[in-house]
Design a binder for this molecule. Sequence first.
Ligand code: AHR
Length: 654
Amino acid sequence: MKKYFLMLFAAAWCLPGMCQMEKVYTVQADKIKAHIEPTMYGIFFEDINMGADGGVYAELVKNRSFEFKMPLMGWKELKQDGAEGSILVLNGGKANEDNPRFIHVTSKSAGGYGLSNEGFHGMGIKKGDQYNFSVLAKLATPGVSLQIELINSKGEVMGSTSVIPASKEWKKYEANFKASATDPKASLKVLLKGKGAIDLDMISLFPQDTWKQRPGGLRADLVQKLADMKPGFLRFPGGCIVEGRELDTRYQWKRTIGDVANRRMIINRWNTEFAHRPTPDYYQTFGLGFLEYFEIAEDIGAAPLPIINCGMACQFNTCELVPIDQLGPYVQDALDLIEFANGSVDTKWGKKRAALGHPKPFNLKMMGVGNEQWGEQYIERFKIFEKAIHTKYPDVKLVSSLGPNPDGEVFDYLNTTFRKLKANILDEHYYRAPEWFLQNANRYDNYDRNGPKIFAGEYAAQSVAIGSPENKNNWECALAEAAFMTGLERNADVVHMASYAPLFAHVEGWQWTPDLIWFDNLNSYGTPNYYVQQLFSLNKGTDVVPLLLDNKAVEGKDGCYATASIDKTTHELIIKFVNSTATTQNISFNIEGAAGYQKLAKVTTLRSDKKDAENSLTNPKAVIPVQSEMEVNGKLVKTAVEPYTFKIIRLKNL
Ligand code: AHR
C-alpha cells in the first residue's frame, strides 16, 4: 500500500520526457551489515613526480651535498663584475662514506665569485616569510666569508644575509633572513667575500614556515591537504621506490634516519623510468625519511603502514633477487623497523627513536612485505619474512601484494596462494579505464567473508591508458572512482583499506599522471579525484547498513551507485549516491528501522556538467564540494540527483 502511494507520488512530480521516473530506494537503518574500519580510506605516499624532493620536503636547494651523479648539477659558477676563482669537487671517500663529496671554492677577487643554485624548477619564495640558510663549511683561508642572496626571476635581490665561518674544521653555520617579494622561480647565490678558499657542503635553504614549524621540515600547504582528508592510514615510502630499479637502489629505511647530512642520497628510480618524461635531476636525499613519515602519520591521525623491500628489485625493471640464503639482513631490517616504531626506549631501536626526539612509540600495527611483487619467488620470500615477523610480533598484520593487475594469471596465482597461506591483508592494484571502475562496483560482493582482508592499495581511473602522459584528472575519472568506492564501502567487512595512487605531482616535474594533488613551487590544488577521496573519508560513518532498490544493492543499474552507513558516534545516517548518467535521477529514500530524523539534512554535492572538467592551479575550484541543506519529511528523503553527480546526505537522528 505504502509502495503504491509512493509510486503515484513519484509519477506526479516527474515531468514526462524531462527526467527519469522516480525510484524509491530503501535504507534499513537498523540492520548493521558491516563495521567500517577506521583505516578504511587512507593515503598512498611515494616519492614520484617530485613528491618528496622538490615537493613536500621543503628544502629549496637542489643537490645540496653535491652527490648527484653530475656533482654540480643544479649549480652555476658565478663571476660577478669580472670576479675570478675556481670550484673543485673533492671526494673525501672513506672519511664520510655517506656524503663523500664537497666543494673547494677559491676566490681570487675581493667579492663576486661563487655559485648559484636553481632550486627545483626555481625556488618558491613568499614575501615576508623567513628563510633559514645553513651550510657546512671548513675555512682554508682565514677572512673568507659568505654573502647569501635570494634572487628573483628578474635578477634582483629579494633577501640576503651573510655567514662568517671561523673554523678550520667542518662546522655548521646558520643564518636567517626575510624575503621582500614573492617569486615561484627564485634562485640562491652563495658568494665569497675576501680572497681565499673555503670548503662547502650541505648548502641548504628552508622556509621557516613549514608544517608544524619544524626546522628542515615539510611544505605546510601540502601536508595540510593530507590532514584535510582525515586519512585512516599512511602507506609509505611507495610504490616501486621500495623495490628500486636494482637492489642497490632499493629503499633502506635505516639510511633515512638521523642527521640529514649522513643520509646517503641515491638516484630516484623515476629519474630514468619514462623516456617521455625525463627528470635527470631527480634524486632521493631522504630528508623526508622514516622518522618523518611516522611523524606525519601521527600528526594527521593516520595509522602508519610502512612497506619494506622483500629481497626483490622492481619486476618491471631488473627483477634482481636476493638469494634465499642471503635474505637475513633484509628480514632483520623488517624486525628492526618494528622495534624502531614500537620498541621501548630500552631496546636498541627504540632507544634510537628516543634519541631522535620521539620516545613515545608509534603503535605500528601493520607492514607491507614487498611492494608490487609477483611470482613464486615472491611467495618463497614472503614466507620467510612472515615466519620471522610473526614469531616475534604475532599481532603485526602483514600486507601481501597481489601484483600489478586486478585479474589475470599473475593475480589468480597470488590470490589463490595467499588465501591458502591465510594471509592477513591482500593488496590489490587497479589502474584501469573509468568504465572498469563503473563495471566493478560489485567486485567484492562475493569475496570470501572469512578470508584475508582487502587493501585496495593503488588505484586511479586512467582516462587514456596506464602510463600515458595524456591521462587527465578529470571529472569522468573521479566520478567513476566514486561509483566504485560505493562498492568498497558496501563491502567494508572485506575491504579494510583503500588508497588512490599516486598522491603528489609537481606540475613541471611529474613522470606519472593522473595524481591526486598537483602543485608548483608556491601553490597546490586538489583534483576532483582528491575531493572524492576526501568526501568518502570524511563521511564514512562507523557501520554499513543496507541501501536497496528492488531488494538489491545499488551497484550500477541505470548508472546509479549508492551506499549507506550510520555513524554511531555522531548519531547520523549517511547516504552516498552517484549518478553517472546524463539524466537527472529523481529519487526517494524510504528509511526503515529508525525513529526519525531532524528536519534539516546536510547535503554535499560534487559535480560538473562536463565530464572532462578538471581543476588546475589557475582554476582550482572547477569541481569542488558544495554544501547545502535539504528538508526531510520524517523518514522519507526525496531528492533530485543531477547528471554526473556524487551526492552525500547526512541525516541526524531525532
Ligand atoms: O603509483 C605508481 C606506481 O604504480 C607504483 O610505484 C607502483 O607500485 C605501481 O606500479
